[in-house]
Design a protein around this ligand. Structure first.
Ligand SMILES: Cc1cc2nc3c(=O)[nH]c(=O)nc-3n(C[C@H](O)[C@H](O)[C@H](O)COP(=O)(O)O)c2cc1C
Length: 191
């Protein structure tokens, strides 16, 4: 069965990023895919040290032992990857960027395992900065060779307090269509 990993870059376990991912996961499961949502909440995700030990370690592992390697191993086995982050000061929260920058290095050093993986980013914010945060995460997706899916709008939801973003009907419908396209593209491209 095809599998999609969904990463929440919020420090709130049950915040708006998680809510958006639950919407996406529900659609993916209804299309017959397996899903696993992983939150970075409670983790202290370090940034890439440019050591560059991932070039030499077995399996392209990162030298930083903060729990990210275990998640990278799951991503390597998956067919899809969806990233959801809150906007902080007009950009994606740092933990998400730390996480994906090290993931990109590990992928590059380990057979470019992200190549052809299907998915894309989602950004949540109270009012502004979604497009910058989406752009930051998209730069990662594209350079890693991922197949990014679109929707009828950009994957952005508006909301501040926990759960508020799920009242953004257009945002939720955008995420639903995005998830359907991820499922469809996986079935066409991942054998
Ligand atoms: C440090 C910090 C910075 C923020 N910066 C922005 C911002 O630039 N633009 C905005 O619209 N909302 C901003 N917010 C609000 C969050 O993006 C918003 O509450 C979002 O829904 C949080 O998502 P989460 O529940 O997944 O953590 C900020 C919140 C925090 C804590």
């Amino acid at each position: 069965m095809h599998k999609v990993i969904l990463i929440s870059g919020s420090p709130r376990k049950d915040g708006n990023s998680m809510g958006a991912l639950q919407v996406a996961a529900e659609v993916l499961r209804s299309e017959g895919l397996e899903t696993e949502i992983i939150t970075l909440a409670g983790m202290n995700i370090g940034c890439c040290l440019a050591c560059p030990r991932c070039s030499f370690n077995d399996g392209g592992h990162c030298i930083i032992e903060d729990g990210a390697n275990e998640i990278y191993a799951k991503i390597e086995q998956a067919d899809g990857l969806i990233l959801a982050a809150p906007v902080y000061f007009g950009t994606a929260r740092g933990a998400m960027m730390n996480f994906i920058q090290r993931l990109g290095m590990c992928s590059n050093r380990h057979g470019r395992f992200l190549e052809g993986m299907v998915g894309g980013p989602i950004a949540v914010a109270r009012r502004g900065g979604h497009t910058m945060a989406l752009s930051e995460m998209l730069m990662f997706c594209y350079i890693c060779g991922m197949t990014v899916c679109g929707s009828h709008y950009w994957n952005m939801l508006f909301g501040m307090n926990k759960g508020e973003a799920l009242h953004d009907e257009e945002g939720v419908s955008t995420v639903r269509l995005f998830a359907r396209r991820v499922a469809d593209t996986i079935s066409k491209t991942r054998g």
